[in-house]
Ligand binder design. Structure first.
Ligand code: DAH
Length: 341
């Protein structure tokens, strides 16, 4: 009987080592140490022994139980470690995988052009002066020498609001009056950037909203030569030192004399092409000497002070620089367009 017990013990110890996973180990435990397991069945046979042999058999059975239980615990710890390692290996993060690229935004082409313009004027001593988008008829027109019913009003198709006399500015020029009234009688060198609004048919060349950068210099002894020199320098800095420019006489109610400045066509180098309508020139801004009435409306005595002013469209400048065919791209939020800049 003892020999049978020893044999059971040895076999079980061998089997426990062969349990390949915790499930197999559980099954082993049931068969061996469970309520109807092999060890239990041995205890049942105790009755068949002579009374004298029973105590030592009982002791031996208890020792075997203990030994098997210990073997079970050892194997369990081993298998758990193996399984944990396998689980970690299979669910680990692979740090050698290439990362997901971060999507990087960028500045809008209009903003890029505006900043380029700010830099150039900043270098020449002009400060940025911000002025309101919602204006009065008085500032947008009347104080700029454009009275009610004057035919020049046709140059600006206007968005009116439900408040009488309150409009969206059609140009940045009303900022000239705000700046003059704030600085008078000090000399002024400012640029006035901002969004303008016009009640127009939207086409490849015109939008209902667009930026302008206005410029204003007021002081004593400012002449047309200052205007020409300063604007020529600006054009060279933004379009390149070799670009030719020319001034053409024009009409604006708030300047006298008035002009438009053209640059040699960037796309055909002045040869003539579809963009410059075969003239070799591109119009980039309006300018002139500030009209005496406008100086007066700003608080300056035109007998003592003079000044020049100009207004340009940064989107138009960007279109010329980069060969953009349609102004509507700027505000249609199409990433395929925006990502090119
Ligand atoms: N305000 C004009 C426009 O929107 C542009 C302009 C022309 C501004 C001549 C000026 C200027 O300051 O002197 O069409």
């Amino acid at each position: 009987m003892l020999a049978k017990l020893d044999e059971l013990c040895a076999k079980s110890l061998e089997a426990v080592q062969q349990a390949a996973n915790t499930e197999a180990l559980d099954a082993w435990r049931k068969e061996t140490l469970g309520r109807k397991g092999a060890v239990y069945l041995m205890t049942r046979q105790i009755g068949q022994l002579a009374a004298a042999e029973r105590p030592s058999f009982g002791q031996r059975i208890n020792a075997v139980k203990k030994e098997l239980e210990a073997a079970y615990q050892r194997r369990l710890a081993e298998l758990k470690a193996v399984e944990l390692r396998a689980q970690m290996a299979s669910s680990a993060i692979d740090v050698t995988l290439p990362g997901r690229p971060q999507w990087r935004g960028r500045l809008h082409p209009a903003t890029q052009t505006l900043r380029q313009i700010y830099r150039i004027w900043g270098d020449m001593g002009f400060q940025i002066y911000r002025s309101r988008d919602v204006e009065t008829d008085e500032y947008n027109f009347e104080l700029l020498n454009i009275p009610q019913h004057h035919p020049a009003r046709d140059m600006w198709d206007t968005f009116h609001t439900t408040s009488p006399g309150v409009i969206l500015r059609t140009h940045t020029s009303p900022g000239q009056i705000h700046a003059m009234r704030e600085y008078c009688p000090e000399p002024i060198r400012v640029i006035l950037p901002g969004m303008c609004y016009r009640y127009e048919q939207i086409t490849a060349r015109s939008e209902i909203q667009f930026h302008q950068v206005e410029g204003l210099a007021v002081g004593k002894n400012i002449t047309l030569a200052d205007l020409k020199g300063t604007l020529t320098d600006f054009a060279r800095r933004i379009f390149g030192a070799d670009r030719k420019v020319r001034f053409r006489a024009n009409y604006f109610p708030f300047t006298e004399p008035s002009a438009e400045m053209d640059v040699e066509c960037i796309l055909c180098d002045g040869e003539g092409c579809a963009v410059c309508k075969h003239t070799g020139w591109l119009e980039i801004l309006g300018c002139g000497m500030v009209h005496p009435n406008v100086l007066r409306n700003g608080g300056y005595d035109p007998e003592i002070y003079s000044g020049f002013a100009f207004g340009m469209g940064p989107e138009r400048i960007a279109m010329l620089k980069y060969g953009i065919q349609d102004i509507r791209y700027f505000w249609s939020n199409d990433l395929r367009f925006l990502e090119q800049f």
